[in-house]
Design a protein around this ligand. Structure first.
Ligand code: FAD
Length: 415
C-alpha cells in the first residue's frame, strides 16, 4: 500500500461519519471520508440541536400503543403514517412496540447511556482549537406541560433518567415564565433536565468538524456511492458514480441510506426512514434561553444562529416520499401556540430522514461474517448526541484497541 492510501474509508459525512473520522485520526490512522454532498448537510443539518447525556428513555415504552391511535388521528399530532405506506411499515411498527416491553426497556436504556453519557465532553474535545467552541452551549432541557399534574418527576420516564444520575427539578408556572418569558401562559409547570447542552447550528457544526478533519490531513471526497463489495485479497471495494476505490477497512455511516447499500450483500437491516421537519423563524422577535419541549404536542423549540427553530414530527411514508407541506404548516401553528408573541412571517423550512431501527439503538461494530466492514448507522432520534461516542467505539474497533465493553446491543445483525 502506498503511503497516500487510507487505513480506513468512511462512507457518509453526516455527524456520525464526521465524528468517526475525527476519532480515527486521533488513533493516528489515515482516513478517507466520502459523501455525495457537502459534509453534514443531510439529516444532520436540521435537527433540534439537543445534546443530552440523559436521553436514556427509548422511543418505545410500555403502554405507548394506547397513545398511537390518537396521535395518528390528530393532524397536528407527533406521528403520521401515509396510508398507502402502511403495509411496508406494519412489521417494523409491531417490532417497535414489542421492543417497548417492560423487560426490554432497562437493557436498552443501559445501551443508550453508554452512547450518551459523555456526549458533551466529547464534543468539546472535538471542537477544541477550532475557534468555534461556543457552537455548543450548556443548557437545560425544559419539558413544559399545560396540565401541571403531568409534570411528575416520579413517572417512569423521569425515574429512568434520574436512575442514571440526571438532576431533574419540577417548577411551577411562575418560575417557568421567569425562566422562559416567551412561553405561552398555557404552560403551567415544567420539569427541568439539567446538565445538558444544545447546538446553536447543527449544520455549521458539520462544516466546522469537516474543516478540522481536513486541516489534520484527512481526505474528503465528493462521490456518490453505488455499491460496496469485499475484495478477494481482503479489504473492500467501493464503486462510485465517477470513481471506484479500495480500502483496507470500510465504515458505513450513510444514515438512512446505509441499509440499501447492504442489501446486495444479503444483509437485511430493518431500517425505516422517519421523516422530521423544522421551521426556522428568521426574525422571531422572541427568544428562548434553553431547549424547550412542548410535552403535549411533542416538538422542540430552540433559539439558534439561523433563528428560532421548532422541530419535530415522525412521518412514515418511505424514503423517497415528497415533503408533506401540511406538517410544515402544522409546525408553524404549533410554534405560534407555544410562543404567542412570535413573529412568524419570515421562516425557512427543512425536512430530514431519521435512520430508525425498532429498538431506538444504532448498529455499531463489524458486521458478523463481513470482516473489516464496520457499521455506524441507525441513530434515529439521537444521532447528534450519540455521534461522538459512536466515533470512539468505531475507532477502537478499527484500530484493534477496543475497551472491554459489551457492544452486543448494537450488533448490526441483532434483528
Ligand atoms: C426533526 C429532527 C430533529 C432531530 N433532533 C435531534 C436532536 O435534537 N438531537 C439528536 O441527537 N438527534 C436529533 N435528530 C436525529 C439526528 O439528526 C440523526 O440521528 C442524525 O443526523 C443522523 O446522522 P447520520 O450521520 O447517521 O446521517 P446523515 O446526517 O443523514 O448523514 C448521512 C450522509 O450519507 C450521505 N450519503 C447518503 N447516500 C450516499 C451515497 N450513495 N453516496 C455518498 N454519500 C451518501 C449523505 O449525503 C449524508 O451526508 C433529529 C432528527 C430530525 C429529523
Amino acid at each position: 500500500m502506498s503511503s497516500n492510501e487510507p487505513d480506513v474509508t468512511v462512507l457518509g459525512a453526516g455527524i456520525v461519519g464526521l465524528c468517526t473520522a475525527l476519532a480515527l485520526q486521533e488513533k493516528g490512522l489515515r482516513v478517507h471520508l466520502i459523501d455525495r454532498d457537502d459534509p453534514g448537510q443531510a439529516t444532520s443539518f436540521g435537527n433540534a440541536g439537543i445534546i443530552s447525556p440523559w436521553s436514556v428513555v427509548p422511543q418505545s415504552m410500555p403502554g405507548l400503543w394506547k397513545k398511537v391511535p390518537g396521535w395518528l388521528l390528530d393532524p397536528l399530532g407527533p406521528v403520521t403514517i401515509k396510508p398507502s405506506y402502511l403495509p411496508q411499515v406494519a412489521g417494523w411498527g409491531l417490532r417497535f412496540l414489542y421492543e417497548g416491553r417492560s423487560t426490554r426497556i432497562g437493557p436498552i436504556s443501559e445501551a443508550m447511556d453508554l452512547l450518551n453519557r459523555d456526549c458533551i465532553a466529547l464534543y468539546r474535545q472535538h471542537l477544541q482549537g477550532t475557534g468555534e467552541e461556543e457552537i455548543i452551549r450548556n443548557s437545560y432541557y425544559v419539558h413544559a406541560f399545560r396540565n401541571p399534574a403531568e409534570a411528575d418527576p416520579d413517572s417512569t420516564d423521569y425515574l429512568m433518567r434520574r436512575d442514571k444520575g440526571a438532576d431533574i427539578e419540577r417548577i411551577g408556572a411562575e418560575e417557568l415564565h421567569r425562566l422562559e418569558p416567551a412561553l405561552s401562559a398555557e404552560f403551567q409547570a415544567a420539569l427541568l433536565i439539567k446538565g445538558q447542552a444544545r447546538c446553536l447550528s447543527p449544520g455549521r457544526l458539520g462544516t466546522v468538524l469537516a474543516a478540522k478533519f481536513q486541516k489534520q490531513g484527512g481526505l474528503f471526497q465528493r462521490l456518490s456511492i453505488k455499491a460496496i463489495l469485499p475484495h478477494q485479497n481482503g479489504g473492500w471495494l467501493y464503486n462510485g458514480l465517477e470513481h471506484s476505490g479500495w480500502t483496507p477497512k470500510l465504515v458505513l455511516a450513510m444514515g438512512v441510506w446505509s441499509a440499501e447499500l447492504l442489501k446486495p450483500l444479503g444483509i437485511k437491516i430493518p431500517m425505516q426512514a422517519e421523516r422530521g421537519y423544522h421551521v426556522s423563524f428568521t426574525a422571531p422577535g422572541v427568544s428562548l434561553n434553553h431547549s424547550v419541549m412542548d410535552m403535549d404536542m411533542k416538538f422542540v423549540a430552540s433559539s439558534m444562529e439561523e433563528g428560532l427553530r421548532v422541530a419535530g414530527t415522525a412521518e412514515f411514508a418511505g424514503l423517497d416520499a415528497p415533503i408533506n407541506q401540511k406538517r410544515l404548516e402544522g409546525l408553524v401553528r404549533l410554534a405560534s401556540g407555544m410562543l404567542p408573541d412570535l413573529q412568524s412571517g419570515q421562516f425557512s423550512t427543512w425536512s430530514g430522514q431519521r435512520p430508525s431501527l425498532p429498538d431506538s439503538l444504532p448498529c455499531i461494530g463489524e458486521i458478523p461474517g463481513f470482516p473489516d466492514l464496520i457499521a455506524a448507522f441507525g441513530h434515529s432520534h439521537y444521532g447528534l448526541m450519540m455521534a461522538p461516542k459512536t466515533g470512539r467505539l468505531v475507532a477502537d474497533i478499527a484500530s484493534n484497541t477496543s475497551a472491554n465493553l459489551d457492544l452486543t446491543p448494537f450488533n448490526p445483525l441483532r434483528f
